[in-house]
Design a protein around this ligand. Structure first.
Ligand SMILES: *[C@@H]1O[C@H](CO)[C@@H](O)[C@H](O)[C@H]1NC(C)=O
Ligand SMILES: *[C@@H]1O[C@H](CO)[C@@H](O)[C@H](O)[C@H]1NC(C)=O
Ligand SMILES: *[C@@H]1O[C@H](CO)[C@@H](O)[C@H](O)[C@H]1NC(C)=O
Length: 642
């Protein structure tokens, strides 16, 4: 049939399009096409797609014309439906010739909701897979997707169901085979189990994934559905977009001496659920803190705050943390979500301090997943600690919505060289797509973490939050005011607790030119970030609050001069803020008073926690010493358009 093709695009029809080849007579110039009632016939005449109307026009025999036939319901008998094509010559008149296509419809591969393509957004479609990275059986030594069996119903519930429908006349399966298959590049991303033996789990067989690329599906006569369960093995990453396709192909088995020929393939596409972070504005569920040799008071203060905020407190014991107190840096909590299941997943940082085994040994568990990334061949720096990995609340930037917020990481940008988070981690974060990362400048800090100069608190108003930034200018302004009010002699670091610390007065601080120059530098670094944050998060000055803070610069790197108040823990409206030990004015710390006056009108309550010797003098504060698991977003990730 020169110049015209018939294509069976529908997965419902395993027909043999080739049967029409060459059926057009030499002088034919046009054709019409009709199907029996079970068949829908479409003409694709670039670029429009038109369903053939009842009063059938004639179509030119032209390469650009395609005929597409589909069937909605399976056949009752072999060849029970037909499509007839009539060919006409230049002069019209009766057809010169007729060709008949016999159709048998036998079924499809589907997941619910039924999807052959994957598209983002509220009108999008597509099936979702979870990386089965939890450990439902506490006795098991590894994650559930490391084995080739279904251990329990809990394990099964983390998988997605895929149904192969083979309705249609049994006779067709006598000389046809069904093969379920995946491409080589997808084979290490998924595992497929064939549900067999009346729901007896240990009879579920691992049939696809790893080395198994195809599986011949036995179809007992009359069995119209076959159920498979699919688990994810890998998160999206630099070399994996997150999409996995499964195909079912119907093979014609003509006779023993000839090889099988594929006659029709149906495909379903799954998207691997991304790992999603939760910002400070999400409700806290569980707080983590380390118990080490010298921080009993701190742990007590944090547990008091947890009780106020009605959160569970989990203390990582010394045996497990081996005196490593930086629990913020070792891991980040996120979650994965599919329509049928949501569970938290801890991302274990490549930092690997003394408590490196804690996330795998103690956090991974039933419905609590685990993921980590090993650096490619780069060295790990302090910027790989997850105090340097934060996420903003949901924002809209010049009309573009980020309903799950944007990830914020600190980098050496804009300088050349310097420390940067490893590519392995950056690639992973970018590949999740749903919280497009923003790189900030953090390498000016000795430790180099974004949580040293920014935080977010829930607050009423347009955005539903405020960005808090550490601010040397705000601190100088406050101290000058206090000096003018006659409190120049008031001392920083005064009091019984800090007996061993050298105190200094407001007058001395304001007169210290070195300190001033250092803080001008720090302010310029933070201002640079302020501009990026305004631009990349769509913020205005109204959305930002400057918290008074001073830094020192030693060996060209900055550290907080007094406890870094922005490095706080945010538990709903309860804030746990490093106690600054600022100058006392009218019996109160003027730094605490200033912070209260900025935050309390927003409905927040400030609890100042003494972290001076246990954290501050070791270059960290409250946020660095705690970690919070939060409630997942109610917004579903697949409804966004990244
Ligand atoms: C294919 O699957 C869909 C969705 O389950 C179903 O509605 C349709 O009837 C199936 N087609 C055949 C031929 O079985
Ligand atoms: C590993 O390091 C070498 C040399 O430093 C570099 O050329 C190469 O691209 C690196 N490989 C990867 C995967 O990053
Ligand atoms: C001024 O500040 C610098 C650095 O922050 C400090 O090293 C120095 O001792 C201070 N000088 C006085 C006189 O306090």
């Amino acid at each position: 049939f020169p110049g015209c093709r018939i294509l069976c695009l529908s997965r419902d029809i395993p027909s043999k399009p080739g049967c029409l080849n060459g059926s057009a007579p030499k002088d034919a110039t046009s054709f019409d096409v009709r199907g029996t009632p079970g068949v829908d016939v479409y003409i694709v005449h670039n670029p429009q797609v038109a369903k053939v109307p009842t009063c059938v026009p004639r179509w030119p025999l032209d390469v650009r014309v395609e005929v597409v036939v589909t069937m909605k319901t399976p056949s009752d008998a072999v060849n029970d439906n037909k499509v007839r094509i009539s060919y006409y010559g230049k002069d019209g008149g009766p057809p010169m010739h007729r060709a008949m296509l016999y159709l048998t419809c036998v079924g499809n591969l589907s997941v619910l909701p039924l999807q052959r393509e994957w598209t983002w957004g509220p009108d999008g479609q597509g099936a979702i897979l979870l990386v089965n990275c939890d450990r439902d059986d506490p006795k098991s030594s590894d994650m559930d997707n490391k084995d080739f069996c279904v251990r329990s119903y809990a394990d099964l519930r983390d998988m997605s169901c895929m149904i192969l429908r083979t309705r249609g006349p049994d006779a067709i399966f006598d000389d046809h085979k069904l093969v379920l298959h995946i491409s080589m590049s997808d084979a290490d991303k998924v595992g497929v189990f064939h549900a067999r033996g009346d729901d007896i789990l240990h009879q579920y067989k691992h049939v696809l994934g790893s080395n198994e690329l195809s599986y011949i599906v036995d179809r007992p006569s009359g069995q119209e559905e076959d159920t498979f369960y699919v688990e994810g093995l890998a998160f999206p990453d630099a070399d994996f977009l997150g999409l996995v396709s499964f195909h079912v192909t119907l093979l014609d088995v003509p006779d023993e001496n000839l090889p099988e020929t594929p006659i029709f393939t149906d495909t379903v596409v799954f998207h691997m659920a991304p790992w999603i972070m939760t910002p400070n504005t999400q409700r806290p569920l569980e707080i983590f803190v380390c118990s080490v040799s010298d921080n009993a008071d701190f742990v007590e203060a944090v547990s008091k705050l947890a009780r106020k905020a009605r959160c569970k407190l989990t203390v990582c014991p010394e045996l497990e943390n081996q005196n490593d107190r930086w629990i913020q840096d070792e891991m980040e909590f996120g979650y994965v979500q599919a329509p049928h299941k949501t569970f938290p997943v801890v991302f274990d940082s490549p930092r690997d301090g003394e408590m490196q085994d804690f996330p795998f040994k103690s956090i991974l568990g039933p419905d609590f997943g685990y993921v980590t990334r090993q650096p490619y061949n780069e060295s790990v720096s302090s910027l790989d600690s997850f105090g340097n990995l934060e996420v903003s609340p949901p924002v809209t930037v010049k009309g573009k919505e980020y309903p799950l917020g944007r990830i914020l990481i600190g980098s050496s940008f804009p300088r050349i060289g310097g420390r940067r988070m490893t590519k392995a981690v950056r690639n992973f974060l970018c590949a999740q797509k749903v919280q497009a990362p923003v790189e900030l400048y953090a390498d000016w800090l000795c430790v180099g973490h974004v949580d040293e100069f920014l935080s977010f608190v829930p607050a009423p108003g347009r955005q539903g939050f405020r960005l808090l930034l550490a601010s040397p200018s705000a601190c100088y302004k406050l101290f000058r005011e206090k000096q003018e009010e006659g409190y120049g002699e008031a001392r920083l670091f005064e009091g019984r607790i800090l007996e061993t610390v050298t105190t200094t007065t407001i007058d001395e601080i304001l007169a210290n030119e070195t300190l001033r120059r250092e803080n001008d530098y720090v302010q310029s670094c933070i201002d640079w970030n302020r501009d990026i944050l305004k631009q990349e998060l769509g913020l205005s000055e109204k959305d930002i609050i400057d918290l008074p803070q001073l830094f020192r610069v030693i060996n060209k790197k900055a550290s907080a001069f007094f406890p870094d108040m922005v490095n706080m823990i945010v538990l709903g409206k309860h804030l746990g803020i490093p106690k600054p030990f600022g100058p006392t004015v009218d019996g109160r710390c003027c730094l605490e008073e200033s912070v209260r006056s900025l935050l309390e009108p927003l409905g927040l309550t400030c609890t100042f926690i003494n972290d001076f010797f246990a954290y501050h003098t070791l270059e960290g504060e409250v946020h660095c010493g705690t970690n919070v698991r939060r409630k997942p977003f109610s917004f579903k990730w697949w409804n966004m358009i990244p």
